[in-house]
Design a binder for this molecule. Structure first.
Ligand SMILES: [Ca+2]
Length: 129
């Protein structure tokens, strides 16, 4: 009787400690990195023909990057998807990838062709092709 109780207690402790050791590993495996998700890069300039001031922006593939958050909305006059053709990027008129849009991989003069999107781009989304 006594020995069976002892064995049961030892087994129970073994199970508990095994669970305790496994739990952190299970918790960690889902958290970091989101595997398979890449980073897109875009070069944007305030003036035509990539005349500065210019800035490179890097953000998660598939997510909407709001230029308002970095003070670059409604001023871009030339833009380039520097990850072309691996990524395809779309420029949007409004925040959160709304409004008018187009996806030419590079536009060195957004004032041409009617110029509607000149000084109007407010968000960007790039997807892996
Ligand atoms: Ca401009």
């Amino acid at each position: 009787m006594f020995s069976i109780k002892s064995i049961t207690a030892v087994l129970a402790v073994g199970l508990l400690s095994g669970t305790a050791l496994a739990a952190p590993q299970g918790g960690d495996s889902g958290a970091p990195g989101q595997p398979g998700r890449g980073r897109a890069r875009v070069l944007a300039c305030e003036n035509r023909n990539f005349v500065g001031p210019c800035q490179n922006f890097e953000f998660d593939e598939g997510s909407c990057f709001n230029l308002h958050d970095v003070g670059w909305h409604d001023k871009i006059s030339s833009i380039r998807n520097t990850m072309y053709p691996r990524y395809r990027c779309t420029w949007y008129e409004h925040d959160k990838c709304n409004g008018a849009s187009y996806d030419k991989w590079e536009d060195w003069d957004m004032t041409s062709h009617g110029g509607y999107m000149n000084d109007r781009v407010s968000s960007i989304r790039c997807r892996l092709v």
